[in-house]
Design a protein around this ligand. Structure first.
Ligand SMILES: [Fe+2]
Ligand SMILES: [Fe+2]
Length: 280
């Protein structure tokens, strides 16, 4: 079987529509102008919130498929051994356990979509998660996927769990609660293996953490995740702590999110003044 598959090799049927990450990041509908800073699509008082939740959970559903594919590839792409281009057998066991969890998350997500009145393919699929799982260095995969993107999944599941509670929806609440518990384990695997594999190689550790920062910035999506009321998704500090994040790392994440929000606002204001895409 072929090693190191590219994103074009992923198997999808005709229900799936693929979209580029740039199209998501620069979608003018996501722009938050300074005057509607208080807009937050996941507030239960917002009449648009059910659609916002359906869209977010569809994004999570395709993320679960890619997380399964990525963890499966990491079991297979590397020989077992101590070298920088090899992985310990115990890491493969962790990735195999993750495959089992992600398959369960895919099944939960499909049933949850039906429960919420959505369906596979109602929204498009971007493949950033699998792309982050294609790095030739397994430590980069663990930082980009397990720590950055599954760290984001912790924040999303915690926020959606609260949404399920506030809307008295036990199906949403428990689906999020179960997936959240597994994601804490997956992020912790990322934190533990990063520390173990780079114990004597600070340069490799720094490069992997830089990759993690880049992925985090892209997925801060103009202030999507943060700690203030205007951020739709909140940083779940308690669960991140359990998953091996220290306070300085979480403070840095909040900073990255603030920067992403300021960048998006500056772009939105400039485009509105110039009559560009965001001003339309
Ligand atoms: Fe998952
Ligand atoms: Fe996961």
């Amino acid at each position: 079987m072929k090693r190191m598959l590219s994103v074009q090799d992923l198997a999808r049927d005709e229900r799936f529509e693929r979209i580029k990450i740039e199209d998501v990041v620069f979608d003018p509908r996501n722009a938050v102008l300074p005057e509607d800073k208080n807009r937050n699509g996941f507030k239960v008082t917002d009449p648009e919130s059910p659609d916002a939740v359906r869209q977010l959970m569809h994004g999570i559903f395709v993320g679960e498929i890619q997380a399964l594919e990525g963890a499966g590839r990491t079991c297979y792409d590397f020989d077992t051994g101590p070298g920088a281009d090899e992985v310990p057998f115990e890491l493969k066991l962790d990735m195999a356990r993750q495959c089992w969890d992600e398959s369960r998350h895919v099944e939960i997500s499909v049933k949850l979509a039906e429960h919420m009145g959505s369906a596979i393919g109602e929204f498009a699929e971007q493949t950033m998660l699998f792309e982050a799982a294609c790095s030739a260095d397994p430590v980069f995969r663990l930082c980009g996927v397990n720590r950055a993107l599954e760290g984001l999944a912790i924040d999303v599941f915690n926020t959606m769990r609260e949404f399920g509670d506030l809307t008295s929806d036990p199906v949403l609440f428990f689906s999020e609660d179960w997936m959240l518990a597994d994601e804490v384990t997956h992020v912790k695997m990322g934190s533990d293996w990063l520390r173990r594999l780079t114990e004597h190689d600070p340069e490799r550790r720094n490069r992997a953490l830089e990759f993690q920062r880049t992925v985090d910035k892209i997925f801060s999506l103009g202030g999507f995740r943060g700690e203030s009321d205007e951020n739709p998704v909140h940083l779940a500090r308690k669960f991140r702590r359990m998953a091996g994040f220290d306070e300085a790392e979480m403070d840095e994440l909040v900073e990255i999110s603030k920067q992403a929000q300021a960048d998006a606002e500056a772009m939105a204001t400039a485009a509105a003044e110039g009559g560009g895409a965001y001003g339309a």
